[in-house]
Design a protein around this ligand. Structure first.
Ligand SMILES: Cc1cc2nc3c(=O)[nH]c(=O)nc-3n(C[C@H](O)[C@H](O)[C@H](O)COP(=O)(O)OP(=O)(O)OC[C@H]3O[C@@H](n4cnc5c(N)ncnc54)[C@H](O)[C@@H]3O)c2cc1C
Length: 418
């Protein structure tokens, strides 16, 4: 007899945490399955330590719910900054804080969490996924559920369970980057985003080998005052271990090259690498093909918000290729846009919802919706919808009304304008 849940959430990043808590609070019995040793996803496993997409350009917070509970927990630990304006507004946090707060939030909500558990297969019957197989060091285990949320970033569950997926958009994906954290740089050293980029450009022009990117986000972290950098760009197919292995080696080589450059800068003589990754940061992989797709036009010229179950507030931030300049397009008024439920619902798998960077957006919309603040929002919405679609009168995977999902999200602390 396999363990059967109302909702299984695959992947414990920002989207998965919010999905699991959202589903549990909507009354479902929930299992959250994560292949890593901790929750947090890119925030804890990929050195991505800035939550984007929570605030508009004029510092108005628009994403609340589980995202706000994460921020509140981090504030209690002194592990998060106030919102800061980079190209757009973000907060910088200490990843150890995220690990702890995520554990506590899930425990308090009553979510069953399985770490060290890789989803390696999924079973399908008709138009539904009915169960997953999970590998750990003791072997393969099976879990079943009425409904599922794919928050794996790579859309592994959808792919394994026969749902329609698409790798990237228009035959391309945004490039990945290895997040590298440097220590040993005094807080008052004149080492800034502009000065590091200028030094890297000069080193690259002088023929220093092993550098692709020379610019990207560079920020001081709370607690440690370490410098976080998203510069070491790599191009690879995130679905292939062989290709990702090559790119991991390349990224680590770039991190050493960056270190050599930083050590030549005033105040950088004692710099060292605190950590790389540990994993390469993948910005885009598979998308779950939804009942509808959010478009760049809908992101840039938002219409009425009455159908939205989640809000996005990050500009379109495209990374066209290693070392190539980033492309930014800022959002129109009111500085945020709505994401309808059908964007999160699989087109051909009735009981599957997508969350986080797996959701269905075209190239422009995807390059905005992928950030972690928005992942919390789509995650919580997908979790609530999955809870209502589980075992209801219409059977697992039954249609759920947007109004019902919005009401529950508001009850859980989300802000959704009419
Ligand atoms: C270099 C870089 C810089 C970025 N900068 C920012 C930034 O400054 N701010 C921001 O908000 N966003 C940023 N992003 C984007 C952001 O990190 C991701 O898009 C975001 O993490 C998406 O959240 P998620 O929950 O969908 O996925 P993830 O955070 O990737 O979480 C997915 C989780 O699923 C787990 N998983 C995957 N496959 C399986 C499986 N088969 N079985 C079990 N578990 C599985 C993974 O281990 C992971 O924990 C950046 C991305 C990169 C790469």
């Amino acid at each position: 007899m396999i363990d059967h849940y109302d909702v299984i959430v695959a992947g414990g990043g920002s989207a998965g945490i919010a999905a699991a808590i959202g589903a549990r609070r909507a009354g479902a019995r929930v299992l959250l399955i994560e292949r890593g040793p901790c929750l947090g996803g890119a925030a804890t496993l990929r050195n991505v330590v800035t939550y984007c997409g929570l605030y508009t350009q004029d510092l108005k917070q628009v994403v609340f719910g589980v995202a706000e509970e994460m921020l509140a927990g981090l504030r209690e630990l002194g592990a998060v900054t106030e919102p800061r304006k980079f190209m757009a507004v973000a907060v910088v946090f200490d990843p150890e804080g995220v690990k702890r707060v995520a554990d506590e939030l899930c425990e308090r909500a009553g979510v069953d969490v399985l770490l060290h558990s890789h989803i390696c297969a999924a079973a399908r019957e008709g138009d539904r996924i009915i169960g997953v197989q999970v590998a750990d060091h003791s072997g393969i285990h099976e879990y079943g559920a009425d409904t599922f949320v794919d928050a794996t970033g790579e859309a592994d569950l959808a792919h394994l369970g026969g749902a329609e997926v698409r790798y990237g958009n228009d035959g391309k994906v945004l490039n990945g980057t290895l997040g590298v954290r440097f220590g040993g740089i005094p807080a008052d050293a004149p080492i800034t985003r502009a000065s590091v980029s200028a030094a890297l450009r000069a080193a690259k022009a002088a023929g220093m080998p092993g550098l692709t990117g020379t610019s990207g986000l560079i920020a001081r972290m709370p607690v440690s005052e370490d410098l976080i950098t998203y510069i070491a760009d790599e191009e690879y197919d995130a679905r292939s271990a062989a290709d990702t292995s090559r790119a991991e080696r390349g990224g680590r080589g770039q991190a050493q090259a960056c270190l050599r450059v930083i050590r030549t800068m005033p105040g950088g003589g004692s710099a060292y690498i605190v950590s790389t990754g540990p994993e390469l940061g993948t910005r885009e992989s598979r998308h779950v093909i939804g009942r509808s797709q959010l478009t760049e036009k809908e992101v840039l010229e938002p219409g009425p918000m009455g159908e939205a179950v989640a809000l996005g507030a990050w500009p379109i931030e495209s990374h066209p290729g290693p070392g190539m300049p980033l492309e930014w397009i800022h959002l129109g008024e009111p500085g945020y846009y709505g994401i309808p439920l059908d964007v999160l619902r699989s087109r051909n798998t009735a009981n599957l919802f997508a969350a986080g960077r797996t959701v269905d957006g075209d190239r422009g919309a995807g390059a905005s919706m992928r950030v972690m603040g928005t992942a919390f929002a789509t995650g919580q919405a997908a979790g609530v919808a999955a809870a209502f679609a589980a075992g209801g009168a219409g059977g697992a995977g039954a249609d759920v009304e947007t109004a019902v999902v919005r009401r529950e999200l508001e009850r859980q602390g989300a802000w959704l304008p009419g």
